[in-house]
Design a protein around this ligand. Sequence first.
Ligand SMILES: [Fe+2]
Length: 229
Amino acid sequence: MNEGPAGAGMPSGETAEDQPAPAAAPWSAAAPGSASEPASASVGLVQEALAAIHALFAAGSAAQYLGEPVSQAGHSLRTAACAVATGAAPTLVAAALLHDVGHMLDHDSAAALARAEDIRHEDTGAAWLARWFGPEVTEPVRLHVAAKRYLCVMDPGYYDRLSPVSRRTLTMQGGPFEGDELAAFQALPHADAAAAVRRWDDAGKDPAAVIAPLAAYDDLLAGLIREPR
Ligand SMILES: [Fe+2]
């Protein structure tokens, strides 16, 4: 992995955890999946999940995000901030926040990119998250790479707006959808959610973006965690 100093690629002195939280989180009222609803999981499971996610983001704060000008954790927090800015549902904010945990779990991620190998981080991440979250969170995560291939076909200007790294990984990931791939993706129940996460993913690489720390999402995540099924 391309290790760098804490907060690598971020503005001087910034780490993701140092960023101020927004004045009022959109999910803090009575949004579905918020802390105002009874948790569907034991306290122990919630603590286990939050501890694992925080540990992953702590490591991800010191790892540059595959050639982008932000850290892995900083990119994820920026992607979540984009979701929040659109008033997205808690499940989609969570998916945006957690969409790249597969990269954080795989310490060979940057080396794999260098040798043009697709490690399918979307599958790794979705499988890891499935022990705590339902398909409303895990499916947009699993499909966010396919959504890039989808948007390249559906949005004429989309490819040109991709970062150089995203264009490179697109080739490794199969390129724009062809033939039956497009209709097959559109038929998936979480296709639209995945496309939304993908657009926030693409926008979540601005080093100057104002982001909330991971802890600002704890209540939202806790409200979505459920016992394994
Ligand atoms: Fe991403």
